[in-house]
Design a protein around this ligand. Sequence first.
Ligand code: PMP
Length: 286
Amino acid sequence: MTRTVYVNGQYLPEGEAKVSVFDRGFLMADGVYEVVSVLDGRLMDFAGHMARLTRSLEALQITNPLADEQYLEAHRQLVERNAITDGMVYLQVTRGNPGDRDFAFPPADTVPTVVMFTQSKPGLADAPAAKTGWKIVSVEDLRWGRRDIKTVQLLYPSMAKMEAKARGVDDAWLVEDGKVTEGTSNNAYIVKDGVIVTRALSHEILHGITRAAVLRLAAEAQMRVEERSFTIAEAQQADEAFVTSASAFVMPVVEIDGEPVGEGRVGEVATRMREIYLEESRKTAI
Ligand code: PMP
C-alpha cells in the first residue's frame, strides 16, 4: 500500500508530496515537530502534543497555521487512510518558503509549511526491549540552549544515537556540567529507595508529554518524585533507571557506561509505571 501523506492541506501519495528547496525547514532547520503515538487506531495524549506545538511555534514566532481541530482531523484522516493500528503520526511545521535564502526571518505573512505522515509499528506497546531494558552510554550534551523548543535540528541527537550504536548499546544519555540532561529522544529518570528522580523542567531539556503524564500518575499512585539533576555515577548506583517518550512509553534502562543499574535487570518501578501509563493513556486516547 502506498503511504498517503499530508502536505499543506492535501492528502497525497508519498511519491507526489513536495516541499520547496527554499523551505526554511530544509535550509535552516527552522521548524518544529511533534510525534503522537497511535494504539488501537487512537491518538495518545493528543491535547498535550498540541499544547507543546503551540508553545514551540510561539517561541520561534511562527504563526500557527491550523487550529487544533484541523490537526486532529488530519491526524485521523492519515490514521484511517493508512490503516494504522499501532504506530505514530509525525507532524512538522516550518517557517515556510520565502522564495529565497536569507538569515533574516521572512515577512510574518509567509505561509508556514505543514507536513504530516504516519509510521506503522505493529505491536508498539509490546516492544520486547521493555522486558530486557536498554543499555546506554553517556556522551557530552553539545546541543543548543533552547532544548525546550521541539525543533527539527536533530543532528547532534542523531550523532549521539550513532555513537551509542557503534558502542553496541541502545541509546545515549547526554551530560552537561556533569549532570544528565536527557536521552537522545527521551527524558531520563533514576529510582533510589522508592523515589523517582528526574531533572527539573528548564530550557535545558524538552518538556516531555510522557514525562508530564508519568509524574502525574506517579503522584496519584502515592510514589515520591524529586525533580532535580543527577550524575552518571548516581545513576549507576541507583536501584533502577528508565526513560520516557511518546513512542517508547516507559522504557527500563539496565546498564549505563558498562555498569549494571541495580541488579542489572528491569526494575519494579519502571515496569509498574509502564503499565500504569499504558493503561491510562489507552483510556484517554481519542
Ligand atoms: N527529550 C527529547 C530530546 C526528545 O526528543 C523527546 C521525544 N521527542 C523527549 C524528551 C520525550 O518527549 P515526549 O514524551 O513528549 O515524546
